[in-house]
Ligand binder design. Structure first.
Ligand code: G1P
Length: 294
């Protein structure tokens, strides 16, 4: 396939200060949403979107994330002995996902853009996707936004960003885009401009980058060109703005529900949402929620 897309980068080196003290000794990606850590939902979404290679950009404090996707012989043997077949199947399926997971360290805390740049040696000269592990998306597994973006890239070779709609009060938390009035030849709206965390009064819209991106390899040139911001971080958003000077980026609208799990309220909403879908406890949990609202 001409534009075959196999690799997806997941930057997990961030320290998760918004969820302290819970994240003092536990990576924020390992916080549970019902009975799975957040990162497992993110990895499963990538596997369902048919990516074959996951590249984790990591930090010394995040070893438990790598361990989570590794085989656990002792646990498997114990579950086997105790004839806990359901659990054993579940545990085995995590380490036998149809994907390879590699990791690379981000030695310095120099921002999201720098984290992505760290993946250059593994990504090589291929196009790739990025998924941000804070942003949990709950949607129909067979046609997620990420899968749609991948399918479109494989047809047209167009880079893309997934957009959500922010409330006014949330605008200054995200990368906000301005859309072009023109569509590309395949009918997709193009992005004209992107600004990182603008104040509400200067934001070009309320559409924000919701944590799923696909880029041609040229984004690495932009990432290595942009200067650090005031706090010394290299922003992915600044690199995208540089990339836009020569390249086209189309947008996709979010399908499903999005939860910003880097934030207390978003994290709790994700739990309430997923608990209601849970096979074992969903029914009872819904009853409980109903009772609470009286
Ligand atoms: C990052 C990006 C921002 C994007 C957001 C989505 O911000 O810089 O453009 O909208 O993720 O979660 P962060 O959450 O790392 O501050």
């Amino acid at each position: 396939m001409k534009n075959s897309l196999k690799k997806i980068v997941i930057p997990i080196a961030g320290l998760g200060t918004r969820m302290l003290p819970a994240t003092k000794a536990i990576p924020k990606e390992m916080l549970p949403v019902v009975d799975k850590p957040i990162i497992q939902y993110i990895v499963e979404e990538a596997v369902e979107a048919k990516f074959n290679e996951i590249i984790l950009i990591t930090h010394s404090s995040k070893a438990s994330v790598e361990n989570h996707f590794d085989k656990s012989f002792e646990l498997e043997a114990t579950l086997e002995k105790r004839v806990k077949r359901g659990l054993l199947k579940e545990i085995k399926s995590i380490s036998r996902l149809n994907v390879t997971i590699q990791s690379i360290r981000q030695g310095e805390a120099k921002g999201l853009g720098h984290a992505i740049l760290c993946s250059r040696s593994i990504v090589g000269d291929e196009p790739f996707a990025i998924t941000l592990p804070d942003m949990l998306i709950s949607s129909d597994k067979k046609s997620s936004s990420l899968l749609e973006m991948k399918n479109e890239f494989e047809i047209s070779g167009d880079s893309s960003i997934l957009l959500g709609k922010a409330k006014k009060t949330e605008i200054s938390r995200y990368g906000i885009v301005k859309l072009s009035n023109k569509k590309n030849k395949r009918g997709f709206r193009k992005i004209e401009k992107i600004i990182e965390k603008p104040k509400m009064n200067i934001a070009p819209s309320s559409l924000f980058a919701a944590g799923r991106y696909i880029f041609t390899n040229k984004i690495f040139n932009s990432l290595s060109r942009v200067k650090p911001d005031k706090s010394g971080e290299i922003q992915l958003t600044d690199a995208i703005q540089d990339f836009l000077l020569n390249e086209e980026v189309i947008c996709f609208n979010l399908k499903g529900d999005l939860f910003d799990c880097g934030d207390k309220l978003g994290y709790l909403k994700a739990i309430v949402h997923k608990a209601q879908e849970d096979e074992d406890i969903g029914k009872e949990f819904k009853k409980y929620i109903k009772k609470l609202s009286y």
